[in-house]
Design a protein around this ligand. Structure first.
Ligand SMILES: [Zn+2]
Length: 206
């Protein structure tokens, strides 16, 4: 298993924000290297994975295969290359790309890879994977992943649930990290009831 993982972007904006770039990357890499990058999977893309704007994950080559994405320091032999569709010096990663990337990388980590995650720019003078992705790429992905999940939680509330939910947060029964659709066990229920009791006493003794 390759212990390095290097992030890239295709640097190609599309007019349709979510149209897939898999085929165009495949063709351009085929032409760039005169067909030398043919993978066992039958593709020419030099990255192992491509994450489209809509979060679809495409695979050009097996993880054990040599890549064609970062020639410096023999990284093609040591690193799994993961590329984001789009030009991330001009646009942001979509939420779908962030979710897919974190899930993919965590899966690779669970199999013993991706101990070291970096951007192409750490090996070569380039903007890749793009200026809107900060230098600590993995931390940025994790932070955005957490924010997206928290927003999803809020959107899981029905209209009539919003007011009581916010009231429970105001008086400290729930926190911003409480998940609306999670069923609490008795211990957690006890915590909520204890906080509620304190909130009521505080209200009565005002
Ligand atoms: Zn790159």
């Amino acid at each position: 298993m390759k212990t390095y993982l290097i992030l890239h972007h295709t640097a190609k904006r599309t007019s349709n924000d979510t149209s897939h770039q898999f085929d165009s990357v495949n063709t351009s890499h085929k032409n760039r290297w005169n067909g030398a990058t043919l993978s066992k999977m039958g593709f020419y893309g030099g990255y192992h994975y491509l994450i489209e704007r809509d979060g679809t994950v495409g695979q050009f080559r097996g993880e054990e295969e040599v890549g064609a994405h970062t020639v410096q320091q023999s990284m093609n032999y040591k690193a799994i290359g993961v590329s984001f569709a789009g030009n991330m010096s001009e646009q942001l990663l979509t939420n779908e790309q962030v979710l897919s990337a974190v899930d993919l990388i965590n899966d690779i980590k669970s199999r013993g890879g991706a101990e070291n995650i970096a951007g192409h720019r750490d090996y070569k003078p380039t903007q890749c994977p793009g200026k809107t992705i900060p230098q600590d790429e993995w931390q940025y992905l994790l932070d955005r992943y957490k924010d997206i999940k928290e927003d999803e939680n809020k959107h899981n509330l029905e209209d009539w649930e919003v007011e009581p939910w916010e009231e429970m947060i105001d008086i400290g029964v729930f926190t911003d990290n409480t998940i609306p659709n999670e069923i609490p066990d008795n211990a957690t229920l006890g915590v909520y009831m204890s906080r509620l009791k304190k909130a009521i006493i505080k209200e009565l003794t005002k």
